[in-house]
Design a protein around this ligand. Structure first.
Ligand SMILES: Cc1cc2nc3c(=O)[nH]c(=O)nc-3n(C[C@H](O)[C@H](O)[C@H](O)COP(=O)(O)OP(=O)(O)OC[C@H]3O[C@@H](n4cnc5c(N)ncnc54)[C@H](O)[C@@H]3O)c2cc1C
Length: 393
């Protein structure tokens, strides 16, 4: 979308472009463009580059490493970041832990964790979901018993993204039984190296094992790592999910996918023309682009109306729409890839894999995109939330 930018904003955008052009390591850029998985080392290296430039945590307050940018500048940053094929700063650190501690953390917690989270010295993961407590998160059972100045944590988390890489986890635990299940929940910060924590990777349909089960067997967490009030963790969780859901709209990711669809479809010959000339395909692509533009404008309106690092009120609608558009783009990408996008396994280990490099990630991307309407709260459940909160049904 072309915004009417002021001369200062144009100069700012040019500065971003110059930086991203020269600063993104080419190997990382190539991977991000094809939606190949980047390694932990690559992501840490990239975040350090951003950090050195002062841009690792743009929306945090300046005293904690933020930039002081206004909403348009923050928008332009994300726009140029995605357009340049640069990875997003680590979301659990930057979009979740940071805002959480800024709102609920003690001065000591902020001092100890925020600078390290910004530089990605510590890799954080999110331990909310459990078997039997996903959509109904307040049904969680992982318990934390207070023993003097520690909490003893026992139970299991599931679908914990990147837990294998993580140094720390922020997790919801049950510290008390009350009539309302949302009460008696607390939020703790646990060092993943604490004895009693076991991580077990889960292999998913796209062939990756980014999600994990995390087991807690009487894990001793210092009471100073409690965030907010004991039993009041539900408020922290709701606040944090508001941040998670905005990120999940991921307009930049869908734009990147659309760019690839256009490139690929222009190469697929149909009769005298290409797939881009196929009326059905062109219509679906145009519709997707229009809906993405509408989402982008809605998101811009939301962020400009809601400056600072607080939750955006219509995060729910952004998440529902953004995730559905990501999936539609993944479907069109699959269609543009055609038969070449079918991942072929060699019959013999020494045989060449027939799938060309450019097409290899298309089917895994499509498969993984199914998760976009599940994580951060499923779209079915979020429609219920919207019906209640926005429509009063
Ligand atoms: C790739 C991926 C990464 C994830 N990463 C993390 C992570 O890092 N940390 C973390 O804590 N969690 C993570 N999650 C978990 C995610 O938040 C949950 O999967 C999600 O909240 C849904 O919970 P569930 O899987 O238990 O499904 P369920 O809650 O059992 O839902 C099953 C189905 O029933 C539907 N349903 C349930 N209740 C209702 C209702 N009231 N009305 C209508 N429909 C309903 C749902 O929409 C869904 O289709 C991740 C999930 C995925 C797929």
């Amino acid at each position: 979308m072309d915004l009417q930018l002021s001369p200062e904003e144009q100069a700012f955008r040019d500065e971003l472009r110059r930086f991203f052009d020269s600063a993104v390591p080419p190997a990382i850029r190539a991977k991000v463009r094809r939606e190949e998985r980047t390694t932990k080392e690559e992501l840490v290296a990239w975040q350090r580059i951003l950090h050195a430039r002062g841009w690792a945590v743009p929306h945090w307050p300046v005293e904690w490493g933020g930039t002081g940018w206004n909403a348009v500048q923050r928008y332009l940053f994300r726009e140029e970041l995605f357009a340049a094929g640069a990875p997003e700063p680590q979301i659990f650190n930057v979009n979740m832990l940071g805002p959480l501690l800024l709102a609920y953390g003690t001065p000591a917690q902020k001092q100890r964790f925020l600078p390290r989270a910004a530089r990605l010295d510590d890799w954080w993961c999110q331990g909310f979901s459990e078997p039997g407590a996903g959509s109904d998160l307040a049904a969680l059972k992982t318990s934390a018993r207070r023993e003097g100045d520690v909490f003893v944590v026992h139970g299991q988390k599931v679908w914990t993204s990147t837990a294998r890489h993580a140094d720390w986890i922020f997790l919801l635990v049950r510290t008390g039984q009350f009539a309302k299940k949302q009460e008696g929940i607390s939020l703790l910060l646990a060092d993943m190296r604490t004895p009693g924590i076991t991580v077990r990777p889960i292999e998913t349909i796209d062939g990756a094992n980014e999600v994990n089960e995390v087991f807690f067997d009487d894990v001793r967490v210092p009471a100073e790592n409690l965030v907010g009030e004991e039993h009041q963790g539900w408020s922290c969780a709701k606040y944090l999910l508001g941040h998670e859901r905005v990120g999940i709209a991921n307009v930049g990711l869908t734009k990147n996918r659309i760019r690839r669809i256009r490139e690929l479809a222009a190469r697929v010959r149909i009769g005298q023309g290409t797939l881009l000339d196929d009326r059905g395909f062109a219509e679906r692509l145009a519709l997707l682009e229009m809906e993405l533009l509408a989402l982008e404008i809605t998101q811009l309106r939301a962020v400009t109306a809601h400056a600072g690092h607080e939750s955006v009120p219509n995060a729910t609608v952004l998440k529902i729409t953004g995730s559905a558009l990501q999936q539609r783009a993944a479907e069109l990408l699959l269609e543009a890839g055609g038969p070449l996008a079918i991942p072929l396994q060699p019959a013999e280990p020494e045989e060449e894999i027939a799938t060309p490099g450019w097409a290899r990630m298309i089917t895994p991307t499509y498969c993984y995109s199914r998760a976009a309407t599940i994580y951060g709260g499923t779209n079915e459940v979020l429609r219920n939330v919207m019906a209640r909160s926005a429509l009063g049904l």
